[in-house]
Design a protein around this ligand. Structure first.
Ligand SMILES: [Zn+2]
Length: 246
């Protein structure tokens, strides 16, 4: 019974890979547009100031929050996370069938709650990293004796705002939203009390995730690597499968 259900799951369930393929481009676009907007804003602001000001800025250890504030990003990222969670949750629910003790409407509510909470934390984290990367960029520029124009150029082209960083954020957050959509739906359904780790198609070499592959744990318990659920690391494309209550 359980085995049959799992086999069916693999065929029918959207896995993390599918989710990344489906939403990756759009999600990355949202992050890249944000990077473009704030890099312009920051370069404009710090490109104008003198080196003394830049040094002062570094000594205060401070890139102000105002430069990183972007309402559009908050809205767009919340929308993306909400949508991915919701689609994955609804699919998980469909799979469980009529015995599930949760409705599609309740799953949508969970999606909005998760998206709102998670987006706030995610943006704080992204901003923190951006500030650190920019501080390094400015400090290096000052130390190398670059002109403010050169520092401005370096800020615009810094790894803080690279495609690679946008890609990493997008992939990680898609898997996060997808897994949370599944897990929270399973949890509320009353039908699932264990989950099985399934490594991504392209992760045969990742030893962290390989140690979890095909391990079954009670919901809320850690897998052998110490992770409670994927993503176990940036670029992790692992997935979870539900194991029905016996
Ligand atoms: Zn993984």
């Amino acid at each position: 019974m359980i085995l049959k259900f799992l086999l069916k799951s693999i065929e029918e369930k959207t896995d993390s890979n599918d989710a990344v393929d489906e939403y990756g481009k759009e999600f990355k676009k949202v992050v890249m547009s944000y990077f473009k907007r704030i890099s312009k804003k920051i370069a404009k602001k710090y490109g104008k100031v003198t080196k003394v000001d830049l040094l002062l800025l570094l000594s205060k250890n401070n890139i102000d929050d105002e430069s990183l504030l972007d309402e559009t990003f908050v809205e767009e990222i919340t929308y993306q996370i909400n949508m991915i969670f919701e689609v994955s949750g609804h699919k998980a629910l469909k799979q469980l069938g009529t015995k599930a003790e949760v409705s599609t409407k309740e799953v949508s509510k969970l999606a909005l709650q998760y998206a709102t909470d998670h987006a706030a934390g995610l943006i704080t984290m992204i901003d923190e990293t951006t500030r650190n990367l920019l501080r390094t960029e400015i400090a290096n520029g000052v130390e190398l004796g670059l002109t403010t124009d050169e520092i401005k150029y370096n800020i615009m082209n810094s790894s803080s705002f690279s495609e690679a960083r946008a890609d990493r954020i997008a992939r990680t957050e898609i898997v996060n939203a997808h897994i949370q959509g599944n897990m929270q739906t399973w949890d509320k359904s009353g039908l699932v009390d264990k989950v099985e780790w399934y490594t991504g198609r392209d992760e045969r070499t990742c030893s962290i995730c390989n140690s979890n592959h095909k391990h079954v744990v009670k919901v809320g318990n850690a897998f052998p690597s110490g992770s409670f659920h994927p993503p176990a690391h940036p670029h992790c494309r692992c997935d979870l499968l539900p194991v029905l209550n016996s």
